[in-house]
Ligand binder design. Structure first.
Ligand code: CMC
Length: 430
């Protein structure tokens, strides 16, 4: 007989099924708790709540394991690339030669932006944040492809191959366009012969008649950053995508909501915050030790950015890979970045400090990714946009998983702690 959990409430015992995942992680299925007991579960921030069953990503935060569809992130980082891993995350299996060719073809074919969207860029103020632009643009894609954004599950699913490749391809074009607009530079059109990351670098940095000079180490590093961000199970933005999708919203609207959720400094915005922190430390002439001392105060505004994770209580495996890549990129470019020296010093201090050890705070993915992107020439305010480009396969994969499941509209409960009922008093009598 399968395992059950007993909950005793008001001296009565209730039994609930235990759900067991592939890797033996266990959860108590409390979906009928309210019906049988009148109680709901309370878990502020969902830190201890499995909101769904998913077969996309497995994380063991205690030991620092991350797998996409069963494949270790280290193996994918060495042997795969962003596009192949994107296919894996979305569809569940590594592609055959033919499947990968079709997928690449659709991505290439969808790189350009509808002429009508160019005028949107003119309307945004020059100092607009690229995340705001990206979210607005991704949502508006649904207006250009209404047959893929019907908000009818079945019809949207039938169009998924097209909608997915439009999003994967255009998110990169839109990101590059927002950068060019901000810097008053003419837009550069994608080149059909270029692979994914090279095409992005071309749209970002080529000039009319002067092509960007490609470097395989940079291309590989960018591929790696995107691949390592491709999915991370039920994080804030992915849960948002699933939440929006659960109401029946189309893929473009759901991904656009994901961008908004990603923006905050505790989530995707942390990669920007890391560079700001390192610059601040550098400007102050600190070697990092004063900053670490302040970070231990418990003051949230002084946290060591790029450290700590809700799930990882060990070194984030993505940070390990990027630390190595970071050194390779700086070597290749012949750049010596004082921020890398500070980052290494911070890591050295924090990973030997009782405060950080006791709380299991280790570098996360954002700690080294920013230094790599800075070396490539990507401005700091584009860092979270890069995260969004990388996370797109995960958002699409989760949208697909949700849309093909029997999951109902997501509608959590709450514990109301406001005023009890009171009489309305007209304004002249208050
Ligand atoms: N620096 C100093 N102290 C910290 C830090 C930090 N970066 N992170 C957590 N703590 C302390 C915190 O003060 C608390 O101490 P105490 O128990 O004495 O009150 C304890 O560690 C637990 O912190 P928490 O806020 O309850 O942990 P959480 O799981 O809710 O927060 C986090 C996770 C990522 C929001 C947090 O570690 C943080 O703010 N880190 C810095 C921002 C950052 O790098 N975010 C990127 C996350 S990775 C990208 C992604 O997947 O989105």
């Amino acid at each position: 007989m399968s395992e059950t959990a007993k909950i005793i409430i008001e001296n009565k015992t209730f039994e609930f099924p235990v759900v067991v995942g592939t890797e033996n992680e266990k959860a108590i299925d409390t979906s009928k708790l309210r019906d049988t007991t009148g109680y709901v579960t309370y878990d502020d921030g969902y830190g201890n709540t499995a909101s769904c069953e998913s077969s996309i990503t497995f994380i063991d935060g205690e030991t620092g394991i991350l797998r996409y569809r069963g494949y270790d992130i280290q193996d994918l980082a060495v042997q795969s690339n962003f596009i192949e891993s994107a296919y894996l995350v979305i569809y569940g299996e590594l592609p055959t030669v033919q499947q990968l060719q079709n997928f690449r073809h659709l991505i290439l074919r969808n790189a350009a932006i509808h002429q009508g969207m160019f005028s949107f860029f003119e309307a945004f103020p020059n100092n607009s944040h690229p995340m705001a632009i990206l979210s607005a643009m991704l949502n508006s894609l649904g207006c250009y492809y209404p047959e893929m954004a019907t908000n009818n599950r079945q019809r949207d699913l039938e169009q998924l191959d097209n909608a997915a490749t439009i999003l994967l391809s255009k998110v990169r074009t839109l990101a590059a366009m927002s950068y060019r607009m901000k810097h008053g530079l003419p837009f550069i059109h994608p080149k059909p012969e270029l692979p994914y990351c090279s095409n992005f670098l071309h749209m970002m940095f080529s000039e009319p008649y002067v092509d960007y000079k490609f470097n395989p180490v940079i291309d590989r590093a960018l591929n790696l950053i995107l691949l390592l961000h491709a999915d991370h199970e039920q994080n804030c933005s992915t849960s948002t995508v699933r939440m929006v999708a659960s109401g029946g919203a189309n893929l473009f609207a759901s991904a656009s909501a994901g961008v908004c959720a990603l923006w905050g400094p505790a989530h995707g915005g942390a990669n920007m915050a890391v560079i700001h922190m390192l610059e601040e430390i550098h400007k102050a002439g600190d070697d990092g030790s004063s900053f670490v001392a302040a970070a231990k105060s418990g003051d949230k505004t002084k946290r060591l950015m790029g450290f700590g994770h809700r799930v990882y209580k060990n070194y984030d495996p993505r940070a390990k890979i990027l630390k190595k890549t970071c050194a390779e990129v700086l070597n290749t470019l012949g750049v010596s970045d004082p921020l890398l020296d500070i980052a290494l010093k911070l890591e050295e201090i924090a990973t030997h400090d009782e405060y950080f050890l006791a709380r299991k705070l280790y570098p996360n993915v954002d700690f080294y990714s920013g230094i790599i992107m800075r070396a490539i020439g990507i401005p700091v305010d584009m860092f979270t946009v890069m995260f969004a480009i990388g996370r797109m396969p995960g958002w699409i994969g989760h949208w697909r998983e949700l849309a093909t499941s029997k999951s109902p509209i997501h509608r959590p409960r709450q514990i109301y702690i406001g005023s009890p009922r009171r009489e309305y008093v007209p304004i002249d009598k208050r």
